[in-house]
Structures are given as C-alpha cells and as structure tokens.
Design a protein around this ligand. Structure first.
Ligand code: XMP
Length: 326
C-alpha cells in the first residue's frame, strides 16, 4: 500500500543502497523540497550527509533561523552554514535592472556553494572519506517539465537552488523524483519537520532581491523584511493561508510619496501587496482578500515601518502581470 510511511521506508532503503559508505552533500534553500530531501537522506545515512546553507541575506524574517536552528533540531543533520550576506550586498550594489539582479544572485550563489563544497570535500579527504553524492530535491513535475522543452523559460531567468553546477562530477540522489508537492509535504511532516518549513509558500530563489524595485541595500532589505513579516503574520492570523498561493510584498524603493503622520509630513516609500490564487503559478488571479484584513495589514505596516507611508494592492491577474514584480 502507498502510504507516507511506506514512501519513507522505501526511499530510506533505496538511499542506503545507492550511497553505501560514501558521503553526500545537500544544499538547503529554506524551501520544502530541499529540506525534505535532506531529511530523508539524513534518516538513511546520518552523518555521512553534510547539508550546506548559503545565507545570501535575501530571505524573509526568521527563515535563516528556520534552517539553522529548527531544521537541525528536527533532523539532527550536520549543517555547514556559509554566511555570504556581505558578498551578495556588494555584488548587488548599484544594480536596479531585474535581469541583472537575477544573474548576479544566481552567479554568486553558485560560486558561494562551490566554495562551501570545496571546504567540505577537503575536510572529508583529510579524514580519508570521499564525497560522491549530491542530493537534490527534484520533484516529479520538475522531471516532466525539464523533459518538456523551454516553453516560457525566457520571460525571466529563473534561479533555482536545485540548479547547481555540474562540473564537479557528483552522482545525484533524488529521493523525491516520483512525488508531487503535496506528497513531499506529507513526507516532511512524517519526518517531523516543522510546519513553517513544510507548509512554506513558494519563494523565489533570488529572494527579496527581486521584491525591491530599485537597489538591494541593507536598509531596503530591512524595510521589506519587516513589512513582509507583518503581512504574513496577519494573513496567517486571519486563517486564510490556504486560500492564497503566495503573497509577495514588494518595496518600491525607487518611489516616494508624500504622507502625513501625527502633525508631520512624511515622504516615504510605498509597498505593494501581491496576494495571488493559483494552481501552478503558470497563471494566477489576484486574491479577493477581505477588506478588514487588508486594512489591518495596511495600518500595521504604516504604523510599524517608519519608512513606509503607503500600502497598495496589486489587482492584476497573470497574465498579463507575472506574480513577482521583477
Ligand atoms: P512569475 O513571477 O514568473 O513567478 O509569475 C512564477 C512563480 O515562480 C516563482 N519564481 C521563482 N522561483 N526561482 C525560483 O525558484 C526564481 O528565480 C523565481 N522567479 C519567480 C514565483 O515566486 C512564483 O511562484
């Protein structure tokens, strides 16, 4: 019978058989797929697995901690954290073009991951072990899609943490290859991963970097992270998480408008709420969230985030709008 428990048992046995005594590494993105793949492999081979988390500083509030603390606590996995926040900020300095941002983030990510990888390989070598395997959270729809031609691939240069360089000749371990997303979530829950990881909404590889219209600076990231955390908290509190596919919050860092607070003039930035409903992100409709919820989010953001004096709602479907603004 095809139960979550039997999927786990079957995959654990298959991973043990494939990997044997060798070592494996796995990149964690903060997303569901890499976390569940890593947890499965950890269950199968324990400390023969080293997980790598490249912290690019473009995650939402609390997400780096979810990986560094909660994932490790839940799985006991060996984790190598590469703190690369400064590297990404300096590579992105002065850059406002969306495609350029995407390319820089993708490129720096691969470089940072390769450096971490090299460290791990050297450490293993010093101990007489060899790292032969790379774990990837490839799902069944990814398998089908990558066999299915290019399609709309040129609209944006997608950066996915799964899409790593293939010059180091690892053999791949892909324990989720036969699974759909909902099955992956069930397996993650079965393995004891926290709900924040297992139920996480889709989040782009380039992270908040493509939700800042304008330059990606520490200040702009802080503003956006705070506004985004408020919006997510209120959406969850309203009980409507499951109605929404994802809700990007976008900071218009290049725009300022005049406002009034207390008896003073403000000249701050707008943020855009972009809640969408979708089946697969190929098409989407803007979510008809209750006005009361939107009002709460707006009040809290403008009260609690000093630099933001206006909250707007994106009422565009996809097409013609994409879900992300860049
Ligand atoms: P768009 O903006 O193209 O987004 O309508 C469709 C879905 O893809 C996500 N997205 C990305 N995911 N790397 C990713 O892993 C990326 O570079 C990327 N860009 C967009 C987006 O959040 C939405 O779910």
């Amino acid at each position: 019978e095809w139960t979550t428990g039997s999927i786990v048992e079957e995959q654990v046995a298959a991973i043990r058989e494939q990997v044997g005594d060798a070592q494996a590494i796995c990149g964690l993105s903060g997303g569901v797929d890499s976390a569940v793949a890593a947890a499965l492999v950890q269950k199968a081979i324990g400390d023969q697995l080293t997980c790598v988390f490249v912290d690019h500083g473009l995650m939402r509030e609390g997400e780096a901690e979810q990986v560094e603390r909660d994932f490790v606590a839940a799985t006991g996995a060996k984790l190598h954290v590469a703190d690369e926040k400064k590297r990404f900020l300096s590579a992105l300095q002065g850059v406002t073009d969306p495609e350029e941002k995407r390319k820089i983030i993708g490129r720096e990510f691969i470089r940072a991951f390769e450096e971490a990888e090299r460290n791990i390989l050297e450490e293993a070598q010093a101990e007489g072990a060899s790292v032969e395997f790379l774990v990837q959270g490839t799902l069944y729809p990814d398998v089908v899609e990558s066999g299915g031609g290019e399609g709309a691939a040129n609209i944006k240069s997608h950066h996915n943490v799964g899409g790593l360089p293939d010059d180091l000749d690892f053999r791949l371990v892909e324990p989720l290859r036969a699974l759909f997303k909902d099955e992956v979530r069930a397996v993650g829950a079965e393995l004891g991963l926290p709900a924040e990881i297992v139920q996480r909404q889709p989040f782009p590889g380039p992270g908040l970097g493509i939700r800042i219209i304008g330059e990606v600076t520490e200040r702009n990231l802080d503003i956006l992270r705070t506004a985004d955390a408020i919006a997510r908290e209120e959406l969850t509190r309203s009980g409507l998480d499951s109605e929404v596919w994802q809700m990007p919050v976008v900071l218009l860092a290049d725009v300022r408008s005049v406002g009034v607070q207390g008896d003073g003039r403000t000249y701050g930035h707008p943020v855009v709420l972009r809640p969408v409903s979708s089946e697969d992100a190929m098409t989407a409709d803007w979510s008809r969230l209750p006005y009361d919820l939107l009002a709460t989010i707006s009040n809290r953001i403008t009260n609690e985030v000093e630099e933001v004096n206006r909250v707007t709602l994106d009422v565009t479907s996809k097409p013609p709008g994409t879900i992300e603004w860049e």
